[in-house]
Design a protein around this ligand. Sequence first.
Ligand SMILES: Cc1cc2nc3c(=O)[nH]c(=O)nc-3n(C[C@H](O)[C@H](O)[C@H](O)COP(=O)(O)OP(=O)(O)OC[C@H]3O[C@@H](n4cnc5c(N)ncnc54)[C@H](O)[C@@H]3O)c2cc1C
Length: 466
Amino acid sequence: MKDTWLAERASCVSGNRLLGGIDEPIRTKAREIYRPGSAQQIAELIRSLPTGTPVASVCGGHESSNAAAVAGDGAVILDMARLKSIEFHRDGAHAVVTVGGGVVFRELVEAVRERKAALPVGTGPGVGVVGYVVNGGLSGYFSRRLGLLGQRVMRLTVVTARGEIRVLTPADELFTAMLGAGSALAVVVDVTFELAGENVVRGAEQRVISFETRDQAVAFAREALRIQRDHVLPDDSLSMELVVTGTKALVATVVFYDTFQGRMADFVAPLETLAARLGLRVVAASHFGSWFETAAALWPVIDGMKENPLAMLQHCMGTEGVPSDAVLDAVCDTIIAEAPLDEAPLSIVEIRTLGGAAVSKQPLPSGNCRHLFFVDLITLYDAQEKSLAERQGITDATRTVMEKARGVEGLAVDFSGTHSQPDDPEMGVSPAVIFGTEAMAAMVRERKRRVDPGNRFRYHPYAKFL
Ligand SMILES: Cc1cc2nc3c(=O)[nH]c(=O)nc-3n(C[C@H](O)[C@H](O)[C@H](O)COP(=O)(O)OP(=O)(O)OC[C@H]3O[C@@H](n4cnc5c(N)ncnc54)[C@H](O)[C@@H]3O)c2cc1C
């Protein structure tokens, strides 16, 4: 079971792990994998192990470096797949949902739809809700209106490194640290979110524009990103995402919230006019009429990304303030122009608006709640189709692009626990950048020393510095 488990549970394999012996399947190093069914079972298991035994938790299996799923010699993995409960209830004036530690977004989104409610969920249907929340996950579509999902947490049930079951509320010292660095601090058994009403989203418009040459993609992005900066960023009642794909498509999605007063067409027409002026064809136009339709918009595309194995490298960059012309040009001329989209055709560059409620709500230890402008380079390819030299070439090209991004004044790089690649050799990530501030980084470090002095929870995106 152990030998095939990782292939079944991990959605991708880190591109950095595919540069050694070719055709050798990546296996977990853990000595044992358990599928606990309750907090009690997790607590008893942790107490029964020698105190030095490292423990890794796996929820949706989408973390791009496979830190938890590969783990290490002598480690024990807790595969949370049996903890699938989704319970709706009321907490005082709040409508809330309590979600088990193994629930993935497709399950949560479908259940929340039935309740006519909404949450700022991530785009991947198989991404683990807890794996996303404890690493400070963001929603490009919904966070400007609803904040980060972590900013809607009211309660967490966790098991500590000593095997104690604790219920954390905002009054607990550990609570905030769990919502950006939780994968290093405890095992989450369930999490309770405050729901929003489904009417927070009025709808969304999406246009898919095809391109032939990279110069065309760059030319479209150069102007579309100025529309995003000048017309969308100052207005918290909408958000806009531009995705450039290795399959030669530009996908522009504009999401309109209940607070939006204007005409949707005023934001879509300029993108269509721009495409026409550059001689590019709009090949698909979609309207999503609800929170659910918008949340599920990318599921069919993501469902199609199943290779054997799917190799992934993930990095993010962005700005806390409004991006300058120089930053936008660098994104176009470096990331969009030079990312290995042809060599790794499943790859995407996502450019999103953040800010809004994510900035105004209670800060979390996550760079995601401080940034207004966000770019995510996801390098993806079918590893079976690539020779070792080709894999190395794709990895080198990604690193070169990221090195250039690090040299751009005003552009922060790798500030997210969900979108950064902690296993890149020789690429340091800064605790203050990834957790948002020096003070947040110091707080997380202090909590880590206190609750997990033996570093039992060591397989997470912050392993380089925590
Ligand atoms: C297709 C796709 C779409 C994505 N979309 C978004 C997006 O829109 N926004 C965004 O922010 N990110 C997004 N991501 C990134 C994703 O949120 C992160 O990779 C996330 O950490 C994955 O969580 P997981 O549970 O699926 O992965 P896992 O590998 O299972 O877990 C990730 C980390 O969380 C820890 N963890 C998991 N469960 C627990 C638990 N119960 N207790 C304590 N720690 C736990 C693990 O130990 C590991 O360190 C996406 C990724 C993919 C592949």
